[in-house]
Design a binder for this molecule. Structure first.
Ligand SMILES: O=C(O)C(=O)C[C@H](O)[C@@H](O)CO
Length: 256
């Protein structure tokens, strides 16, 4: 059996913009609904909220039913054991939060790779290798794995190029919520200083040839980021879509 192609990674390499959405509600029906809607990438978020490693498995299976959609799993932290577990259950793209330095970026790359290039533990019968049926999986796994690192503090932003250019890093996600807090503007990702930092980061990543990504709920800012060159832009969060849709109904009908 062939190693499944990672469409998200291919899209980044080809410079094809990819539209994303956040899945934090821990049920695969929600993930599947998002995949059916036509997004290119769906973040299965086990950093914030209630999703555990074990919740990511049915979410991955849900996305697999929609070949045009790619799952991007966000582990709770940049940790080699968590990385190994998510990879083993078939995540091909991981987005690691709170990467602060080149050393941390290099550690993440090592965790993605089998020895001798890295330290990923070897397990035979995993979903990743299609239960051992992907030919030569241990040598070919890396080809279809994709590593996105999150730069989301002022300190990390100072080291952006050092982090982004580590060999094996496929893209950098700029986290506006954490970045704004770290810059002294919690809850204000639209603060002019934060916007300037984000726009500067997109330009700096473009200059070193590393794809950049972001999550913004402001459609105008999302379009601006895309125009500036983000390669992967998330524009929504499941809970927000649910809340807004439900509130719209209540507003339309009141207590009638
Ligand atoms: O800092 C950010 O922004 C992110 O990392 C995304 C957040 O975790 C959150 O807004 C997702 O709902």
């Amino acid at each position: 059996m062939e190693n499944p192609v990672n469409r998200f990674k291919a899209g980044l390499r080809e410079g094809r913009h990819q539209l994303g959405v956040w899945n934090a509600i821990p049920h695969p029906t929600v993930t599947e609904c998002l995949a059916a809607c036509g997004f290119d990438w769906i973040v299965i978020d086990t950093e914030h909220g209630a999703m555990e490693v074990t919740d990511a498995l049915p979410a991955l299976q849900a996305v697999a039913g929609y070949p045009a959609a790619s799952a991007v799993v966000r582990p709770a932290i940049n940790d080699w054991v968590l990385i190994k577990r998510h990879l083993d259950q078939g995540a091909q793209t991981l987005m690691l939060p709170y990467v602060q330095s080149r050393d941390e970026a290099e550690a993440a790359v090592r965790a993605m790779r089998y020895p001798p290039r890295g330290l990923r533990g070897v397990a035979g019968m995993t979903r990743a290798s299609r239960y051992g049926l992907v030919e030569d999986y241990s040598h070919r796994a890396e080809d279809e794995l994709c590593l996105i690192l999150q730069v989301e503090t002022a300190a990390a932003l100072d080291r952006l190029e050092e982090i982004a250019t580590v060999e094996g890093v496929d893209g950098i996600f700029i986290g506006p919520a954490d970045l704004s807090a770290s810059m002294g503007y919690p809850g204000q990702p639209e603060h002019p200083a934060v916007v300037a930092a984000i726009e500067g980061a997109i330009a700096r990543l473009k200059a070193v040839g590393v794809p950049s990504g972001i999550l913004t709920l402001d459609p105008d800012f999302a379009r601006r980021c895309i125009a500036l060159g983000t390669g992967f832009t998330a524009v929504g969060v499941d809970m927000l879509s649910l809340r807004n849709g439900a509130m719209g109904l209540v507003e339309a009908f009141g207590n009638a």
